[in-house]
Ligand binder design. Sequence first.
Ligand SMILES: Cc1ncc(COP(=O)(O)O)c(C=O)c1O
Length: 402
Amino acid sequence: MKPQNKRLWWERQDLCYQDGTLFFAGKSVTDLLRTTGTPAFFYNGKRMLQNIGRLHKALDQLGAHKIFYAIKANRFAPVLTHIKNGATCGVDVCSPGELLHAFSCGFSCNEISYTANSMTDAELKLLADNPDVALNCDSLSTIRRLAKFCSHRRIGIRVNPAMGIGYRDNETLKYSGDKTTKFGIYREQFDDALQLAEKHNFIVDTIHFHTGCGYLNNQLSLFSEILDATHWFLDKVKDLAFVNLGGGLGVPHDIDDKQLDLDAWVSVINSHFSGKGITICVEPGDYIAKDSGILVLEVNTVEKKRNTDFVGVNGGFNLAIEPTFYGLPCEPVVPTQKIDKMKPVTIVGNINESLDVWKDNFSMPDQIEEGDPLVFINAGGYASSMMSNHCMRGQVSENLLV
Ligand SMILES: Cc1ncc(COP(=O)(O)O)c(C=O)c1O
């Protein structure tokens, strides 16, 4: 039971208890469920716009900048339309499907950045037909094959600075580093990439890199070292107009995390790029979407097996895969605080896989009952967009609250 008047680490104005009842986006979760049932995702549209607004405010200190929301984090059409209508923000897409989806949600070519890998010829033809989409090429093969369909196109080059960053130094969240990865062009091939671009009359105006996901304050010095490593590439590009720093800005996942200090983040960027006449671009996904969403499930099984109290819910890791996939902390929250003693439980889903454990050893009110809802916070990013129909248990509603 939480001590009276003491806020839990994740509580904020639009996600908090009021007289023991959990409110999200101004409505009690219990009320929200009356029309949707469970499993259900709820997204707070206002929170998404606030997250974008906060980023803009920080980036304003740099002068010219662009934000492209990485829709791989959450591509729910009403969310995209809401962002299109409510924010000064483009989108980052990574496949033909995402590109066409962005068009259908109202984004035009010059609001879209495209960074993909292992691209097909058909995909490159689509990009040739849409020359105002900012395309970042991540391999020599991409540049060579793009030339089959166009020339004189402006392109970006995704580079790999051979350094990576990730939430709590999690190797699986790093896109570059000691291990050679598929992402971007390394120093060894960069001159070849520039020559190839020149041969086909492409104008390289952007250097792009995305080196990992989920970084927070204590990794800003590493972030700075990564930016340092990118200068080697930037200095070789004569028509450089944009530097795209990718996404990767993290959000708190448990009590030990603090909100990313955007002023400190911007001052790192500023220390590297100020006075160079370059427009800084970023393409965050999680920072905009993750803390804007919750997933609500229902407890259907409360049972002790040997020494373990299990709480089974009507949704599994297929609905929000990151805790299982990347070992990210997951935070279950009860919608109604019960005046009760607590007991440690193991929360499990409904998928026939041994990995299907939401949370081990989680302290819950002793009176948790079958039929009670259970909320998982931080479910707005990389949950629905990565979900599967494994065991044919992929039915879940998505609901945008505005
Ligand atoms: C190229 C690129 N840009 C942006 C992102 C968004 O990352 P995040 O959601 O961590 O901000 C990703 C994520 O995988 C990515 O691959």
